[in-house]
Design a protein around this ligand. Sequence first.
Ligand code: GAL
Length: 379
Amino acid sequence: MNPRTPRTRPARRSALVLTVALSALSLTACGVVDGLGGDDDSASQGTGNDITVGLLLPDKDTARFEKFDHPLIKERVAELTDRKGEVVYANAEGSKARQSEQFARLIADGVDVILVDAVDAGAVAADVRKAKDAGIPVIAYDRLAEGPIDAYVSHDNALVGEVQGRAIVDALGEDAADRKIVMMNGEPADPNTALFKKGALGELDGKVDIARSYDTEKWLPEVAAENMRKAIREVGAGDIAAVYSANDGMAGAVIDVLQDAGVTDLPPVTGQDADLAAVRRIVAGTQHMTVYKSFLLEAQGAADMAVARVRDQDIQFDALTRERVDSPTRQDIPSMLVPVVALDRDNIRNTVIQDGVYTVDDICAPAYAAACAEIGLTS
Ligand code: GAL
């Protein structure tokens, strides 16, 4: 096994159902989450609300971090602490050096707990160690940071890749084996990248011809665009039957490049994150699918775990972290893994709209009104 590839317990994998409706997920997950927070809990434990959570997120190029993760965690911490708790937030803007400085500042400020979504999962280990030495617990958020972390909250990331890979095989149908596809993978220092890729390859290997495969430095759309131009030059625009794109930011760049190359009948392009721009492309038919991960459940889980840890509420903490995951440096890390759902033209209403991530009006701006009407998306 790749030493950087975290191992998830197999039992959990089989327990996840790909097509489960998000409403059901919300109920299940909130059954865990909702029972643990709130005023009663803190009051009965006689524990403080005066909690400072340090939050370190990796970049601003992917919409989710600023738009969802930060505000959702902040709101949940406020809810759990009678609005007295605080989140001190910093975004590393893609720089592991900057993230290390931000980490040091949180330790110097003596925050109560740190949630970190690592720019570089290996490099961050030294900072995790320093926080632990200072008595500050660290929870890995979304990406499995190395070092002595207390817990991890994320999605089943190999499943994300499987869902994407399967969408391509299904879209290509019968003659998939003869068709050439291009893979746009993420940033290699992000441990999720290896999991997405592994999950996707499990579906694609032997079923399609993987003509080109690229890593994408820092997940940058402009890097994906450059690689897509290269793939078109080398493989030929007309011969690319599908593009596996690990996330939505890159999918947007890939689609632009294909269109600039004169491709009108676009091949299926995958994505991840359910960015608003991607959901609109799915409505318009230019992007085939995305993977919808409930950032709400992930963010709430993180906030609940952080607050429970600071309050020494071990029973609650254990209930939130029933999974076990191994990193290259630590085994049996208590974890919460939130399920994922494939989002395409058929289930926009049952996923992001039902969960209140976007309204119909958010998605169906005037340029998309006709396409929205076609799939029954009207307010
Ligand atoms: C991954 C994350 C994805 C996506 C990507 C781009 O680690 O799980 O949701 O945002 O990073 O930064």
